[in-house]
Structure formats: structure tokens, C-alpha cells
Design a protein around this ligand. Sequence first.
Ligand code: ACM
Ligand code: ZN
Length: 735
Amino acid sequence: MKRLSALILWMVCLTMPLAAQTVRRMADLDAAAKADATHIALTGTLSTAGNSDFRQLRDLCWQLESLDLSRADCPTIPRCALHSRHALKRLALPDNVRQIDAQAFYACDALTDVCLPPGLDSIAPEAFAGCSALTTLTIHGRPALGPFAFARCTGLRRIILNSDVPPVADATAFAGIAAGQVRLVVPRGSEDRYARAEGWRTLMQAVPLPADTCRPEVCLLPAPSSPIVRHGGSPLSVLRKWRIKAEDGLDNEVRQARRVLAERTAGAKRAKGPDNILTLATDSTMPAEAYHIYIHARGADIKGGSAAGVFYGVMTLDQLLRGDAGNPMCAYVPALTLDDAPRTAMRELMVDPARIFIPLPVLKDFVVEMARWKYNALHLHLVDDQAWRIEIKRYPELTQQASERTGMDDMLMPISGYYTQDEMRELVRFAADYHVDIIPEIEMPGHEVAAIHCFPQLTCGAKEVPIRTTCGVSNELLCPGEPFVYEFLGNVLGELAAVFPSPYVHLGGDEAGNPALGCWTDCPKCRALKRRLGIDGDRREDNWRLQEHLFNSIIDTLRTKHGKTPMFWYETDFKRIPEGCIVFAWRHGLTAAAIRAAVANDARIMLCPGEHCYLDYPMAGGDMPEVNWGMPITSLAQTYRLDPAWGFGPASDCPTFEERHLAGVAGTLWSECINSPERLYYQAFPRALALAEAGWTPQARRDAADFDRRLQAALRDMARRGICRSAVTWQQAAH
Ligand code: ACM
Ligand code: ZN
């Protein structure tokens, strides 16, 4: 009878829409069919690597609502198989599946029922984490459930199991699901076993927070600039009531501290004893972002060089309260003092809403996460060949005609959206509370097809150019001989300067000469400009002087009219870096040349060399994005190895480099393949933690093995909080 009911249950699980497209493999569907498909059934032997059946299901079938693999041959569902597919409602797994890999169905938050077939052996970490609409989970057999396998499936109400013996489950398998909300339907007589079993008991009774004392040496990331000193006082009992005392002008930091304390101590049973006092103050003799923290039996004192320094002290307190495990908090922090300050002034991540739009709420959440790791700038790549994403009131055509398109390479999905100026002001205000500066970027003279599409007169010969729907570099450039180009850029930058209070505006400048600037050679307006400037010839360096002319004019406008510091991507063709500009070293293998140029021109430079800082590259072989245009693997260890001084010390030929020229570090997240908010985080983390440490911690205090130890607590906390990280995180270390 029991077997019969299990069979019926299994059959019910398999009920799928009749209108599914049924094929053996994804290769049997053409591109349009993939883009149109809402219901797919596959019946063949499925591929799991490279541009696999799963990669195609995930990235090409953007409307997919139901997937029936019950007749497919597929013993392993690969890592990230259907990662963050927000439309997917129904799923039937292959009958012969034995293993579901990490993050296979991460944040498939429309999925309502999941039925695990009898032969399944294991479910890897976070396989169904964040499937918040999942209400019923049916488990046949006894698969082992890995860490956070069903974490934050907050809609779960019923788990039906047919095993008398509870499947082995990690203690965190159901983390983030309130005790008592899920009914376990288990074979009669096995209830007690489930109630006692690791992983399962958390669903029935609140697990008391362990009363542990944090080990500060493994909590802090980035590592502080000086050692933690234990001063021998009694530890701080975190669970007492907290009161905050702050000097005037720190209202925001008081709010931030309240948020941190509330998040960390939510639901915890209060300890007896006098209230803890957190004091917040500034000391203008300290560097602006430096802070001092003193933990003692009665509370914590934070002093910062400015409100920013106080904020970083609060972020450090947050990590001390978290402790070194996956729990939200620890019960005690040992008595200690700590002095800390950043190595570099700017610690930035760049995002690219031009390729695939990033909604404003996603940017805001990203800022909050960045601030935890003491980043202080978010760089927005607002325009490119594929779209224009910022409202310009003078030129409404830009967002009317260049913010909607279909497709990014082989992903034929509609991609639309832009930010109004009011939205950007809102983001700037929001980010300021986290001491994150928002730096806008408008590309020139290349990567400008979106604008050229709206205003053909911006390019040589006023050509009609379609919006680009693939990656790569367009041959179409702004025409430096055309007066409207200067008028257009002047007006755009004027509006931008009024929206973004950042002292910086990024002007792009990359890849205009790659392909060579041939489009300027035959243009009568460019030729006339060359004559006026005394440029005699059409060699690459001659054409490059036109770019220099355009740049100098725009840089002058930015500096004299708007008081901004221009930034640009450094190319070795730039023979001179205009005074007061900041350049970005980005090209693989050319960092030393960029640094020497910055020193020779007495300019400041941001380090984001592709070989360490391009976080859109895969973190390991086979990691997302599985298909690309030749991106090299950038492992966590490789990112960690970045030395922002690039080895130029006092004994080198650039002895003043770090002190005088190094502005900071930046990580890029070009978005050609980032097709969900979760994947923005997936690409960023954990490498952004390694980069944060490169930017903050002095070289002498950095150590990859030590970073790995501290990373573990941070990663478990991120998993618990639902912050996506590369699934390879579960295997890869930084050394
Ligand atoms: C760049 O990656 N083109 C700056
Ligand atoms: Zn021209």
C-alpha cells in the first residue's frame, strides 16, 4: 500500500502541461523556438558542459515556465543548471538523476512544487536556495542534503518523505525557514527520528543560538591595517540591550549601527545585565576613513576620522558580532582594540547596465553589500553600443530609441530600461548613507553606437547605424570633425554633472583604436580638422591625435565648467595624460606600461587589470558564463594576488608610485552574460572580497591562507543572508 501511494505521488509529481515542445535535445530547436518556448520536454541524453542543453535552457529560453526532463537521460544536473530562472514554475527531474549540483535551481522563485526521484543520492549546496515560492517538497528515497540546499525557501509548508530513516541533511539545509511553519509528512513511527535529526530538527524547533565567543582573527574581511590587540578586559556580552550615544552630525551612522544591531540580534533571547553602550565619535586628527574601535565589557567605542571612518568602524563591529560561523551572531566578543585605515583611497566596483539593464532596486542592494566590504565607489557604465540608459532631458530620443532592444548575443530576450535623473539622484542619496560614491560613465569616441543610432550626425558620414545586439567592438565612432559632437557631449555632461555630485566623471576612451581609427581617414570633416590641427597623415598615431583633440576639449569642459575630475580607460596610444585626470589600467599585460605613463605624467591611476579584476570572467573552468568570447579564467587566488602597487616599491624605477599616483582598485562586471540580479552577485563574489582586501589592507598584512580562513565565515554568512556567490566557492580557495 505504501509503495502504491508513493507511486501515485510520483505520477502526480510528473504532471506537466500537454503543450510542451517535446524534443530529444536543445539542438533540435531553432533560436526562435527557444526564445518563444514556455514549456519544454527533453527526452534524449543531455549534455552538461559548455554550451550544454542546460546552458541553453537557462539562457536562451527566457520564457520557460515548465521543464519536463522525466524521460531524459541525465544522471547529474550540473551546477547552476537553471540558475535564477524567475519564470520557471514547474519541473520534472530525470527519472535516473543521482546528483543535483550546487545552485542548480538557485532562486527559481516561481517554482511551486519539487519532487525528488527515488534514485537521487545527493543534493549539493544551495541547489534550491531561495526558491521562495516552493510550497511542497516531495522526497522519495534518502538523498543527502548539502549546506543551504533549501535555504530561504520561505514559502515551504509541507515536506513529504517516504523514508523511515531521515536523509542525512546538513544543519543549514533549511536555514532561514521559520521553525514550525513546515509540516513534515513522514512514515508513521519515524517522527521522533526526524525531530532529533540534524538538519530536520530546525524545521520543528527553534535552534538556540550557540553562546560562543567570536574569534576576531577569523572574522574581519578586509583584514585590518594593524593587529587586533586583546586588552585583557572581560568580554562583551552581545545579547544585552544596546544604547547608542553619538556626537552631533552622526545621525546616519547611528541609523546604520541600529540596523546592524537589529539584524544581528533579531530573534535572540536577551541576556541579563546592564545595557551595552555603543559610542560613536569623530576625531579630525585621524585620516578621514580611519577608525579606532575599543570593545570592552560595557559596550563598544568607535572613533572615526570622519563620518565615513565611523561607518567603517560600524561595519567592523558587524563582522565581530557575526562571529566566525554561519549563525547571524555570536554571544560574546573578546575585549580588544583595533586601529584600521585603508591602503587606497578608492575601492570601486563597476557595473554595466548598458548591455543588460540593472533595475534600480538591484543597484541599491548591491551598494549595501559593497559597503560591508568597505568599497566606497560604484561606477555605472551607462552607455555603450547596445543601449543608452540615462535620461537626458535635452535629448529624449536617447532613451526613447536606444533603451529597448531584443537580444544580447544568442539570448533573444527583450532588454529594456533606463534610469530617470530623479532615480539616479535617489541612488546617489541612498548610496551616500553607505559612503559609496556613484561615478557615471559616458563613453567616447567609441562604444557610442546607441547615441549614433539616435543622432546619425554624430558619426562620420551621418550613417544610419542599428543598435548593436552582440558583444564586441563597433567600427563606428563619434566624428571629431563634427561640431554637433562637442555640443552633444557638452549638453550630456552638463546634465550628468547636475545629477551626480561625485567629483569624478568617467569618459570611457577605450578601444576606439581597436579596430584602427580607419573610419576617420576618409571623412571630409575629420580631414578638415586634421588640416586645422596640422596633422599630416592617416597613420594610427595621426588619427589618434584626433581622439586626443576631442578628449582635451571635453576634459576642459568638465574641469572648468563643472569642476569634475575626468577619468578614462588608459590605452598605450595616449601619449600624454591630461593634467588632473585619473586613468584606469585595464588591459591584460599592460599594467606596468600604464603605471609608468601615470608616473611620467604625474597622473593618478586606478588598478583594474583584466587578469585580476575582470570579475565578469569565469572564476573556474566551466563556471558561468559557460560560453564566452575568449574570457580567461580569473580564479579567486588570481584576484587575491593583485598587488595595487604592482611591485613598484621604493627600490623600483617608480619609487613614488603608491604614495603619489595610486588612486585605488576597481573590479569590472561587464554584463553581456549577466542576465539576472543573482548573477551580478554570482560574478562579483567571492572575488570582490579578495579585491576589497587588496584595496584596503597593506601588502605586508595580506596572506592568502589567512584570507581563506576568514573567507569561510564571510561566505557562510552570505549564504545565510541569501547573497549569491559563485557555486565554485564551495570548492575553491585563494591559495
Ligand atoms: C574595457 O574593458 N573595454 C575597458
Ligand atoms: Zn569624421
